[in-house]
Structures are given as structure tokens and as C-alpha cells.
Design a binder for this molecule. Sequence first.
Ligand SMILES: [Ca+2]
Ligand SMILES: [Ca+2]
Length: 291
Amino acid sequence: MSGAVPLHDFSDSLSLSLSLSLSLHLSLYSLSLFQANKLKTKIVRNTLNPVWNEMLTYVGITEEDMHRKTLRLSVCDEDKLTHNEFIGESRVPLKRVKPDQTKHFHTCLEHPPPLPSPTTMGTALRGISCYLREWENEQLHSLEERGRVLLSLQFLPPGEGLCVGVQRCAHLAAMDVNGFSDPYVKTYLKPDTQKKSKHKTAVIKKTLNPEFNEEFFYEISMSELSNKTLEVTVWDYDLGRSNDFIGGVCLSCHSQGDPLRHWMDCLKNKGQKVERWHILTNELPRSVSHE
Ligand SMILES: [Ca+2]
Ligand SMILES: [Ca+2]
């Protein structure tokens, strides 16, 4: 990791334009980068040479994604009576893509066998594309991605306090049978012995890409703040039953990667509003500073 990280030097979304010509019987093309969500083109029927010319956009790409992740393009044949059939896939490491540059790839489709990991197999059976384990050595290896959240942090010196902005979420996991969630965001500043640090956004109904644009203020000194952990969790509101946990992220001096960078940028740049995307995972990292 490099020492000084310039702020806002990274494009926050990755656009992918696909124009392919294939000599296979296929009618459905899907594209995955995050486990939580995949993007799909429209279905082209009864053809061996489909043309899509569609633009599919992943919102909330982080710096870590660009270094470590691989885009998987899966081609499938839609079958109304049985499971959709996996035809082949191609992969593009995001390292090969540079911000603000369009790059064209001509690749062949391959048909690798799925890996025998139970979680991978579960996903493969549910979805139309076969997920393979890709980040074996990652810290996030055992964690499932549940979407992204765009947060802003600003330490305000005069009154001493942290302003947390919950801007929006993208590619959230669907927690309702209708294929959507009713998301809202909760924030805590921990340890929180008096249970006073909880803040909640409004619920946005039936969406996987909610916009909140809400700000919460924590009155706290810089020295106290450096020992705290900001816990951000996203929930699906359910009427008449307990709400579903979608995912969360923790920001503190003990974090790693993007959360650590964001936290340090905030502490080092008093008064400056720093915005970053974060990956939401199904479990929060256990930290010794908690409870
Ligand atoms: Ca639900
Ligand atoms: Ca719901």
C-alpha cells in the first residue's frame, strides 16, 4: 500500500461495453463482478450470432477492486423448461483496465468445470452462471459480498465532531421474494457503552440501488475518535417481522484496505469531506476494540 493516497483520484464506476460475435447457440449473456449482483444483457433469441451493443455499468468500484478483481463474462442459453445452460465464460482482470480509458478485448469463451466448494456450488445451482472461487488468498475470501455503500466522512474542527454522510448504495442483495429490498442504513460509533450513537436513514422502498443523501453528526474529539470504530450496516425493512440484515462495513484504525484508507484520510484531512465506496459483507469483522 502506498503512503499518501490522493483523494478523489479514482472513477467511481466502471462502464463496460460489450459487442460480441459468437458462433454458438446462445440467447443470454451475463456479467459478474460482485457476488452480490450480476448484470445481464437482454436475451437475443434463435441465433448463433447475437449482437448486443449494450452498456452495462457497475457502480461503486473501489481501488481494491481494480487491483484484485476479475470481471467474469458468462454466456448462457435460456431454457424455459429446464435450468439455463452455461455455455462458456471469459475473464478480464480489472488490472488491465485504466480509469477513464476505453479498452477493447477480443476473447475466447472457455468452459471450465466449477470448483467443488460448497458455497460456490450453492450459488452455481441457484444462478444461471457458475461462480468460481477467485480470491483464495483474500481476507474477504470467506465473506459474501452484499453490495456497496458510498460514505462521506468529514472531521469538523471548530465544534469537534465527525460528520458521516450516507449517500447511496449500489448492487444490494435482494432480501424480499419480489427480487428487491427495502433498504435503510444504520450507523454506530463503537465502543458505545451508553448506546447513544445509533443513527438511521429513512427506508427506501423496493430498490437495490437506494439514494439516501443523509448526514449524521457525532460530537467527539479527534483523540477519542481515533480509538473508535464506525459501524455501518444496511438492512431490509420488512413489515410485521424482523428486518433482514443485508450487509455492513467497519471503519477504524484497525481496518484494512479501502475502509482503513478512508478512515485515515478523514483523520489526516481535518475539515475536508472525503467520499469513498465500500464493499458490504454478510459478516462484520471482529475487532478487539468492540464491546
Ligand atoms: Ca425481507
Ligand atoms: Ca422488505
